[in-house]
Write a protein that binds this ligand. Structure first.
Ligand SMILES: Cc1ncc(C[n+]2csc(CCOP(=O)(O)OP(=O)(O)O)c2C)c(N)n1
Length: 353
């Protein structure tokens, strides 16, 4: 068997740490939903390998544009895991600049955001991933979800255009569901991004269902990655349950974008582990054998098996990592729950001044 060098073990451990944190984050809110403490939840369960690994390939100064299944990318980009969970994973030296600022404070504010508290990023206007967080002093440019399918793509390409105009080699990373690829915005944004060679990476999270519509009723091409050819850009399909594969593909796309060669379209193949939201019955439409197939490919299970098979971690190490992540999430969510509700006099719009 080929010996893996230490950096391969360490980078998988780092990705696993963020994946586990993201999973515990979701499971906590799912439990709150089931006990009536939350009225709605959109789960990222099953998307962690793609979102965490993709976010590992960008750095401070780049723009991140996310949807409702991208908590893995948000946590990876916002937080320094060594600061919030010291010793959980080894320090790696990828050379990429991390976003600055106080990680714990930002994590607490994210919990407040999800709970509609005053200290959330949108001051309690709503409780979801529909917010922006721009902290230029820390290199954080995060544009949150736009509900209208596809509408985020031109916005993301627009941030890439701004970077190109500024000549600063920053890149834009945008996640989108496969449901959004049937919109005109998808075509328009990718077309102009390609013509102008924008530093733009579009990751399609293909979980094979758009709410209740299977891919067979969404598009007739064999794979969405093939559409890259129509725009004259690389289109790559990748196993979205394998963080190492996603990271490799993403790293090439980032290198290409930073060196002025233009965008890349990445199609990450994922399982449908939950319904569209926890508050609807769309999962019932997914045949039982199809659901079983997705469960057997749960990215957290796969990465943990790989870590054990490679003798990087033991089963008890994994249990300890899980406990530490779950405890931190529990503490932060409890703290956020005890924080003030929004001000009733909150203006309908938040003004920059
Ligand atoms: C332009 C537009 N049409 C319809 C909807 C209603 N809608 C909300 S989510 C959704 C499906 C989303 O599917 P996908 O993009 O694949 O993401 P997933 O939820 O599967 O992760 C639809 C049709 C919408 N938000 N925007």
């Amino acid at each position: 068997m080929r010996e893996l060098d230490a950096s391969v073990h360490d980078s998988l451990r780092e990705m696993h740490g963020y994946m586990r944190l993201a999973r515990e984050w979701d499971l906590r809110f799912e439990k709150m939903f089931r006990t009536g403490a939350l009225s709605k939840w959109y789960s990222s369960v099953g998307n962690e390998a793609t979102t965490v690994a993709a976010a590992c390939a960008i750095e401070a100064g780049d723009s991140l544009l996310t949807l409702h299944r991208d908590s893995g990318a948000i946590l990876r980009h916002y937080l320094d895991i060594h600061e919030i969970l010291p010793g959980l994973v080894p320090q790696t030296s990828s050379g990429r600049k991390s976003v600055g600022g106080d990680s714990r404070q930002r994590f607490l504010r994210l919990a407040c955001q999800m709970l509609g508290r005053k200290h959330g990023f949108s001051a309690g206007h709503e409780r979801s991933y529909h917010y922006n967080l721009i902290e230029e002093q820390h290199g954080l440019i995060h544009i949150g979800m736009i509900s209208h399918l596809g509408s985020m793509i031109p916005v993301a390409a627009g941030t890439a255009f701004a970077f190109q105009q500024q000549g600063n080699h920053q890149v834009a990373l945008n996640f989108i569901g496969e449901g959004a690829t049937s919109t005109g915005d998808f075509h328009e944004a990718l077309n102009i991004a390609s013509v102008w060679k924008l530093p733009f990476i579009l990751v399609i999270e293909n979980n094979r269902w758009a709410f209740s519509t299977p891919t067979s009723q969404q598009y007739a091409c064999q794979q969405l990655a093939d559409r890259g050819q129509g725009y004259g850009i690389p289109g790559v399909q990748v196993d979205g349950n394998d963080p190492e594969a996603v990271f490799t593909v993403m790293s090439s796309a980032v290198d290409r974008a930073r060196s002025g060669e233009g965008p890349t379209l990445i199609e990450a193949m994922l399982g449908r582990h939950r319904g569209h939201s926890e508050a609807d019955d769309s999962l019932d439409l997914v045949p039982a054998d199809e659901q079983d197939g997705y469960s057997s490919q749960d990215p957290l299970d796969l990465v943990e098996k790989k870590l054990v098979d490679r003798s990087t971690l033991s089963v008890s190490d994994l249990a300890e990592i899980r406990n530490r992540c779950a405890s931190l999430v529990m503490v932060l969510v409890d703290e956020a729950m005890s924080m003030p509700q929004p001000d009733p006099d909150l203006p309908r719009r938040i003004h920059a001044d």
